[in-house]
Write a protein that binds this ligand. Structure first.
Ligand code: 7TS
Length: 406
């Protein structure tokens, strides 16, 4: 992978932070956008803008074709069996809310169990808490080992016929842990549970094939994978879609409406009420094409190498503790760490003064940080435009922060 060439596609990476070059290591929060994506969005608004699925004029047909083409591109990227299994949403959060409310409210009842890991992002936790309250179902948590790993025996202990859905991140946004979704899905299906995968931290970084994984739902955001903000995807296996109630109602999602009632359109329209973010879907499609040109295997290999380098370097910094798997292959492209003497926000602030952007805090996984007894961690997260020199600057900045503040 030619990082130098790739970097040229990202205008923002030329930015200076004070006197320093920007070193962007906050990709788990959002990625930067290449000109190819920016241009695709611009092209839509300059040359094709119209509402979709409602006009018979040329522009509306062009916009509709481009929107449906984006759906097909995403379906192929995920290895979905049918484009109709792809619902465009506002992002992973809305996708997970949709799975929870459209499937959960219809299919869960008192006595049922919802099984999650302790490291779920609030977006794959809070919607299920609400659905549990609505339906009387109970939440249960799979604990992790010391390095943020899921022990299959521990997982199996939690599976029973009462478990109706397993809600798990493909990759943790704090530990980085990559779960064996295929095996976990196989075991969940064996007790009759469906599996909802939060792919926010995996779709951008790891080759994904939903048919091979076997999962029933898979959610992600475009903005973490070179695409625009405000658009995301919920993949749902076709056979589940009929047995789900929409959670938003209005134009675009109906087949018949009378004064008293309405009939729903077929999926995916059933779940896409109102005018969608057409330019967003087109931007996502451009992002997918950009990633496919590099190859997701290459993206993954690159990030494993960056993980390896970061772990080696940070391990040699006295006072820094890394959380999550020590094996770089077992994590997605991110490394979280902390110091017992210097607060994570202070480390991040010193890093920022050298132009290095990282995230610090609880990363929207408060229950996990409470369980670990760590208030906050610093997280460096990578993408295709990062290289070893970025990590050298990170490590230099961390050393500087510890020297100044401990
Ligand atoms: N799930 C996971 C695992 C995430 O990491 C995030 C965002 C979401 C869901 C929600 O995605 P959204 O696009 O709908 O907001 N995670 C982070 C993060 O780690 N730092 O900022 C956002």
């Amino acid at each position: 992978m030619n990082v130098k060439e790739i970097k040229k596609d990202f205008p923002i990476l030329k930015k200076k932070i004070g006197a320093n070059d920007l070193v962007y290591l906050d990709n788990a929060a959002t990625s930067q956008k290449p000109v190819q994506v920016i241009e695709a969005i611009k092209d839509f608004y300059e040359n094709h803008n119209a509402n979709v699925h409602r006009g018979i004029h040329t522009l509306s047909e062009e916009a509709s074709d481009m929107y449906e083409d984006a759906r097909a591109v995403v379906a192929a990227f995920l290895g979905a069996a049918h484009p109709e299994e792809i619902v465009f949403t506002r992002g992973a959060t809305e996708s997970l809310n949709m799975a929870a409310f459209s499937w959960g409210n219809k299919n869960l009842k008192k006595g049922d169990k919802i099984l999650l890991t302790v490291f779920e992002h609030h977006s794959n936790l809070v919607p299920w808490q609400i659905v549990a309250k609505n339906t009387g179902a109970e939440l249960m948590y799979i604990k992790t080992g010391a390095q943020g790993e899921i022990d299959m025996a521990e997982y199996e202990k939690n599976l029973s016929p009462e478990v109706k859905i397993v809600c798990i991140a493909h990759a943790s946004n704090v530990f980085g842990t990559v779960l064996d979704i295929k095996e976990m899905t196989r075991k969940a299906h064996a007790v009759g549970a469906v599996v909802c995968v939060d792919g926010a931290q995996s779709a951008p970084h790891i080759p994904v094939n939903v048919q091979s994984l076997g999962c029933d739902f898979y959610a992600f955001s475009a903005h973490k994978m070179l695409g625009p903000m405000g658009v995301g995807v919920l993949y749902t296996k076709k056979n589940l879609m009929e047995n789900m109630i929409p959670c938003q109602f209005g134009g675009g999602m109906i087949s018949e409406v009378s004064h008293k009632s309405a009939e729903w359109a077929s999926p995916p329209e059933k779940f896409e009420a109102g005018t969608p973010d057409v330019a967003g879907a087109i931007g996502l499609s451009a992002a997918v094409k950009y990633l496919e040109k590099i190859g997701m295997e290459e993206v993954r290999k690159h990030e494993v190498e960056l993980n390896k380098y970061t772990i080696e370097k940070l391990q040699s910094v006295e006072g820094i503790k890394i959380i999550g798997p020590k094996d770089p292959v077992k994590r997605t492209g991110l490394v979280s760490f902390y110091s017992e003497k210097v607060h994570a926000h202070d480390i991040a602030s010193v890093l920022n003064s050298s132009g290095v952007a990282v995230r610090s805090g609880h990363h929207c996984a408060m229950p996990l940080h409470t369980e670990l007894g760590i208030a906050a961690t610093v997280r460096a997260s990578y993408y295709i435009y990062n290289d070893h020199s970025d990590i050298d600057k990170l490590v230099e900045g961390v050393k500087k922060a510890l020297k100044m503040l401990s």
